[in-house]
Design a protein around this ligand. Structure first.
Ligand code: MTE
Ligand code: MO
Length: 325
């Protein structure tokens, strides 16, 4: 008799863990606790965590920057704050309740690597010093083929790059999420490569669209959306927009992201929204507008080609596959 092993990409949508990948044998062994101490034990209790986000940043709501307009209605606030991906708190979409113990004020951020002066400062202080607070309406497209339209409050990431003064040799900025498995029990799942890491080229980081969000719907970010500061790169898939950042490292080495470490054939460095390149489990031609019951066609660069395509042309990147992976 022939038995056919089902591959992860053959799983029906309901059976596959959202955004998740098919674990290899070593990862399963680790998950089942067969390979010694979990990293969770090692890191237990580490990490800066405290509650109300950025209390000291005044002025919410920030003035809206009218350059960025939407072609669709803003997503209902309850949907955007109760349907989340934040694997530190579990792999389901309704982790918002589990983020209550997270303390996002005070919050320590480190800027290090190839910079003029390495520094560690409070998130509130950092945002005050880099300046440029404003509100922007952006589309948000998850690789799982759902999307939202969000009013973010925050500052351009370019302002942080300017503030950090990277040396001429720096080519990338690597960002890292907090590590504290006591507060974020998902981090006890030691087969994941915690902490969550993401990266951008410096060109991408200073692109006008790259944004550091401190708020949403005119208020400080709730924990589940990545308090007190998270990245927003609307032309890329949602997994690039790393939440609850504690470290920005300027480097000449291309960072390997959390998802890329797990499944390099599924999640690449560039991860630019590209309807022509299907993910193994999610075709990317269309997207579901969360909270509306509608599906709409997905656009190249999530509709932000005007702001980013010249940047990739200048890098000599024209192969659409490279733009995805
Ligand atoms: N630290 C961290 N950042 C993260 C994630 C995560 O699991 N951990 N998920 C990513 C994914 S897959 C998406 S789609 C967005 C979701 O952001 P939202 O919950 O604010 O919509 O956050 C991204 N940033
Ligand atoms: Mo996502």
């Amino acid at each position: 008799m022939l038995f056919k092993l089902r591959q992860s990409w053959e799983l029906p949508e309901a059976a596959a863990t959202p955004e998740d990948i098919y674990m290899n044998r070593r990862q399963w062994l680790k998950a089942a606790g067969f390979t010694g101490l979990g990293l969770g034990a090692l890191f237990a209790g580490r990490g800066p965590l405290a509650s109300s986000a950025l209390a000291a940043i005044g002025g919410y709501p920030f003035a809206r920057n009218k350059t960025y307009t939407l072609d669709r209605a803003i997503t209902d606030e309850v949907e955007a704050t109760t349907y989340n991906n934040f694997y530190e708190f579990g792999s389901s979409k309704n982790i918002w309740k589990k983020t209550r113990n997270m303390k996002s004020d005070p919050w320590t951020v480190t800027i290090d690597g190839m910079v003029e002066t390495e520094m560690t400062l409070d998130a509130t202080d950092l945002i005050d010093r880099i300046g440029g607070t404003q509100e922007r309406l952006y589309r948000h497209r998850c690789v799982e083929a759902w999307s939202m339209a969000i009013p973010w409050s925050g500052v351009p990431l370019a302002n942080l790059v300017k503030f950090a003064r990277p040396g001429a040799g720096a080519r990338y900025v690597r960002m890292e999420t907090f590590m504290n498995p006591v507060i974020a029990p998902g981090q006890k799942q030691s087969w994941y490569p915690w902490p969550y890491v993401e990266g951008l080229t410096i060109d991408e980081a200073v692109n006008e669209l790259a944004f550091l969000a401190t708020g949403i719907y005119g208020k400080p970010l709730p924990n589940q959306n990545g308090a007190p500061i998270r990245l927003v790169t609307p032309w890329k898939y949602g997994f690039k927009s790393i939440k609850s950042i504690v470290r920005f490292t300027f480097t000449d080495e291309r960072p390997v992201s959390f998802w890329e470490q797990l499944a390099p054939t599924e999640y690449g460095f560039w991860a630019n929204v590209n309807p022509g390149i299907p993910h193994p489990r999610w075709p990317q031609r269309t997207e579901r507008l969360v909270g509306t019951g509608q599906r709409v066609p997905t656009q190249m660069f999530n509709g932000y080609g005007e702001q980013v395509s010249d940047m990739y042309a200048a890098l000599g990147i024209t192969d659409p596959r490279e733009l995805y992976y």
